[in-house]
Design a protein around this ligand. Structure first.
Ligand code: FDA
Length: 309
């Protein structure tokens, strides 16, 4: 039998369902919890508020799986406008951006080269205003291409970051390869439904893999970014940081906007660097459905809002 998670992750890529959900007033209300608005000014307001409260941010202009190069160029332009909007705030590396290469055309024919060509000016603009870009990781078929693009970008922009998904069997080796000086790596559990040939399917196996990969990154000379809401993983990161004598500014915790907000502030107040991942834009459907799939409580929250309309 299919799990709720599998059904929802399938729905996150189905255009028919997308049309049925996007635009209903109730969805909009619930989406606001996870998404910082549909426009750049709305997102910049949220950035100003969160950084004023002592958090760093990484901004995601929502969108994925573009269907033609013109749309991919639109993604590039949206990120350039975002960086131009961030520049006057003078936040430097406290406000960086996260990109999904599928929104830069990675899955189109010739898409590897197109995505590299279109993301490069975004990375250049980020460097010019004193900040960085992190390449989000999408489904397992994209990992080789994304890591190759990362290697290209890091030649001139060594601060460019990547995401590794503990659920993938290959990730321990990728973590070893990326545990090099200056390397910014966000370790997450993985949000995509992957077959057991390439991924651990049991939650306990994913957690054990996360702990192993975290050990590799925290021991290494890079800059680990602990992308998780899981208290067990955050405790482990703090223990490892103490064990390896890591300075407070040599690693960080990252959580999604709207999730465990009190904990984000508690950690930041206690001296851990915390960065909120802040998505914005009209194309929030795929992101939103993945959040529902992750956690029954998120789904219950959505269903409650539907009935209490
Ligand atoms: P998990 O979902 O396993 O939950 C473990 C525990 O954490 C729970 O039992 C609970 O205690 C606590 N918890 C989790 N959610 C909570 C909530 N809503 N409220 C209260 N407690 C909660 N994925 C990907 O494939 N590619 C990517 O590029 C990214 N990028 C990314 C950036 C950032 C900053 C984050 C935090 C996450 C991602 N992800 C991602 C998503 C990631 O792969 C994963 O799906 C989610 O983070 C959920 O996994 P967790 O580690 O948070 O814990």
């Amino acid at each position: 039998m299919l799990s709720t998670k599998t059904v929802l992750l399938g729905a996150s890529r189905r255009p028919g369902l997308r049309r049925a959900v996007v635009g209903t007033p109730v969805t909009r209300r619930v989406v606001e919890r996870f998404v910082a608005g549909e426009t750049l000014p709305e997102a910049l307001d949220v950035v100003a508020r969160l950084t004023g409260e002592g958090l760093a941010v990484t901004l995601d202009h929502l969108g994925e799986d573009v269907t033609d190069p013109e749309e991919a160029r639109g993604t590039r332009d949206a990120y350039l406008a975002l960086l131009d909007g961030l520049a006057p705030l003078g936040l430097g590396a406290d406000a960086e951006v996260s990109v999904k290469l599928s929104a830069f055309g990675q899955a189109l024919p010739g898409g590897h080269d197109l995505a590299l060509e279109l993301v490069r000016p975004v990375v250049e603009r980020a460097t010019a205003i004193g900040t960085t870009v992190t390449l989000d990781m999408e489904d397992s078929s994209t990992v080789d291409s994304t890591l190759a693009i990362l290697a290209e970008l890091r030649r001139d922009h060594p601060g460019t970051g990547a995401v590794l998904q503990a659920a993938l069997r290959r990730t321990e080796a990728d973590a070893q390869a990326l545990a090099v000086p200056g390397s910014r790596v966000r370790l997450v559990k993985g949000a995509y439904d992957e077959p057991s040939s390439v991924a651990f399917r049991d939650r306990r196996d994913v957690d054990a893999a996360y702990a192993r990969c975290l050990g590799i990154l925290m021991r290494g000379p890079g800059y680990p970014m602990v992308g998780s809401h899981d208290p067990a993983m955050i405790d482990l990161a703090q223990r490892l940081a103490a064990e390896y004598g890591r300075a407070a500014d040599s690693w960080e915790v990252q959580m999604l906007h709207g999730i465990r907000v009190d904990e984000q502030h508690r950690l930041a107040a206690a001296g851990t660097k915390v960065r909120a991942y802040v998505p914005y834009g009209v194309d929030w459907y795929g992101y939103f459905v993945r959040r529902l799939a992750e956690r029954p409580a998120n789904l219950r929250f959505f269903l409650r809002a539907l009935v209490s309309r």
